[in-house]
Design a protein around this ligand. Structure first.
Ligand SMILES: [Zn+2]
Length: 218
């Protein structure tokens, strides 16, 4: 009796594993943030267990708050899974094992992200459009930073230093740069292409807008 009662429950919990295969609910805001982290500093690797993948988000130890936030986002997106932390030099890899990681991150593929086409699936595009702020936050937390630019002005009274906060974003993939600038455009945030790899948000009102939902790394 007990066996038969337990069995369907187990099957039901197994069914709840994947938002793509089994229609399990997905936290869009956390997913959008995590997708930003993944496109910046994440990768999906195969493991020695057939069909099982590992997602790793590389988080710099300089920002312990961001390690926690990455772990929280993974836990919310994959609530049935154990989220692990693996320390390597200067960095902690936040990771999770699952068979369904390629369903959640179809950008998974061989080689480096900037050597292959990175295109969002329709359902991902819908989520990043709904949750553009979270997506930008994830991208900046992985591949960006908020810096203070000090500029010297010569005046009659002598040199004056002015400080301007600025956000920089650096990613070798033109596709990922495009996803970042598309999201900024949706949010009405002005940006500048600095060179092939780097983008910058420097206008006062644009920086103020990013400060509302990104801010300093912590
Ligand atoms: Zn799946």
């Amino acid at each position: 009796m007990g066996y038969w009662r337990k069995y369907p429950d187990k099957a039901a919990s197994r069914r709840s594993l994947c938002p793509r295969c089994h229609g399990r609910e997905l936290d869009s805001r956390c997913y959008s943030y995590l997708l930003g982290l993944y496109l910046g500093d994440g990768h999906i690797a195969t493991t020695h267990r057939e069909g099982v993948y590992r997602l790793e988000i590389a988080c710099a130890d300089a920002w312990p708050g961001l390690i926690d936030e990455a772990a929280e986002a993974v836990a919310k997106v994959m609530p049935d899974h154990k989220v692990g932390r693996r320390k390597i030099t200067g960095c902690t890899n936040v990771g999770v094992y699952s068979k369904h990681l390629p369903c959640l991150f179809p950008q998974h593929g061989p080689g480096r992200k900037h050597d292959r086409k990175i295109e969002l699936a329709g359902w991902q595009q819908k989520i990043v459009e709904e949750c553009s702020e979270e997506f930008v936050r994830g991208l900046i937390h992985s591949d960006g930073c908020r810096i203070i630019n000090r500029v010297r002005r010569q005046t009659k009274a002598g040199d004056r230093w002015h400080e301007y906060p600025r956000y920089d974003f650096s990613n070798a993939s033109l596709d990922i740069q495009g996803l970042f600038t598309d999201a900024l455009d949706r949010l009405g945030i002005a940006w500048t292409q600095m060179n092939k790899r780097n983008l910058s948000v420097a206008k006062r009102e644009a920086v103020a807008r990013l400060d509302e939902f990104v801010g300093q790394k912590y």
